[in-house]
Write a protein that binds this ligand. Structure first.
Ligand SMILES: [Zn+2]
Length: 336
């Protein structure tokens, strides 16, 4: 395989690399990843700049004795076998190829040599009450009491079902509105900025009537809320227009369609941005690292899991189901 040479400066399109068949896709295509994939910028047929960890489910794989070990170099998509006497160029993913050339990354998933600029400033167990990467907003949102352990046991992932395309302004509005309504939560703008307006030892309302095994009812008393600015469920009005409940129109590249799966109810959803997904993952990893004895990834839940009769969020606004999201954050935490 040879990289196509180019002298012209080109700007790539947001998309992903499907690891199974090494195909590149851009977000404007009406398909979703099917197996493990990496988000990034796609530039032509053979140039890719990764910007995420390996996402998505591991899925089925053939027996290892029928597979050949090797690796994929991500910037060029060059493929090598372990039997070749060359060293990998970073960043790369090691795994196994079957006879048809399909690739199965090693588990736990790991991109070797990719610096994702994760917020690692907190040492484990410091039990800070404010996220160092958040912008703190005053006055505080209303809290109702202290968590039984002085820290949330987990988190609820929401979407605001509101405007998001104006970035931080929408996140600030979400906090102002929530403060008036007596709620408390983190909020993530569509550029991936995180806003915090109450300390982590106190709980506030965000999930309403809800329940989960091991947590009982009214999970807001035990789990912190994370609102992601996003229009949420959409209605298709034509092949290139989807409408939110507040009558804003979204183009197809902002929309994800999903069948019914795990927590996800079938339908069209306004996608979280890549920046939002990264910020959400980073926040969850930090919440765990900050107080690993109390925060439990098994209690990182979708609002649509704890209130399935009433709620659709996050649904397919998140690029994976909540069970797969929990697997992802566990894998990433183990690899830190
Ligand atoms: Zn919600």
């Amino acid at each position: 395989m040879n990289k196509k040479e180019t002298n012209t400066e080109r700007t790539g399109a947001p998309g992903w690399l499907e690891l199974f068949d090494l195909s590149l896709h851009t977000d404007v295509e009406a398909v979703s990843p099917t197996g493990p994939y990496i988000r990034g910028t796609v530039d032509g047929d053979t140039s890719f700049t990764p910007s995420s960890d390996i996402l998505g489910p591991a899925g089925e794989r053939p027996p290892r004795q029928n597979l050949n070990p090797g690796w994929i170099e991500l910037k060029t998509l060059l493929v090598h076998r372990d039997t070749e006497s060359v060293s990998p160029a970073t960043p790369y993913v090691h795994g196994y190829f079957d006879e048809a050339g399909h690739f199965f990354p090693d588990e736990p998933f790991n991109i070797i040599g990719l610096e994702l600029d994760r917020p690692n400033k907190t040492e484990s167990g410091q039990n800070f009450l404010w996220y160092p990467n958040a912008e703190i907003i005053e006055p505080e949102m209303r809290t109702r009491g202290r968590y039984p352990n002085g820290y949330p046991l987990g988190a609820i992932v929401h979407y605001t079902a509101g405007r998001s395309l104006s970035g931080d302004a929408n996140a600030r509005n979400t906090i102002s509105w929530g403060r008036q309504e007596g709620y408390a939560y983190f909020c993530i703008s569509n550029t991936g900025n995180v806003f915090q307006a109450h300390p982590l030892d106190r709980w506030g309302s965000h999930a309403g009537r809800s329940s989960w095994p091991g947590l009982g009812e009214w999970v807001s008393t035990k789990l912190v809320g994370i609102e992601v600015c996003c229009a949420g469920k959409l209605t298709k009005i034509s092949n290139d227009a989807y409408k939110s409940w507040f009558n804003e129109i979204y183009q197809p590249h902002l929309v994800r369609h999903s069948r019914s799966k795990d927590n996800i109810k079938a339908g069209y959803y306004h996608k979280y941005t890549d920046e939002q997904e990264k910020a959400l993952i980073d926040l969850i990893l930090w919440l765990k690292r900050n107080n690993p004895d109390v925060f439990n990834f098994d209690y990182v839940l979708g609002h649509d899991e704890v209130a399935p009769d009433r709620k659709n969020d996050p649904g397919a606004s998140l690029s994976m189901s909540m069970p797969n999201f929990r697997k992802l954050v566990k894998r990433l935490y183990e690899g830190m």
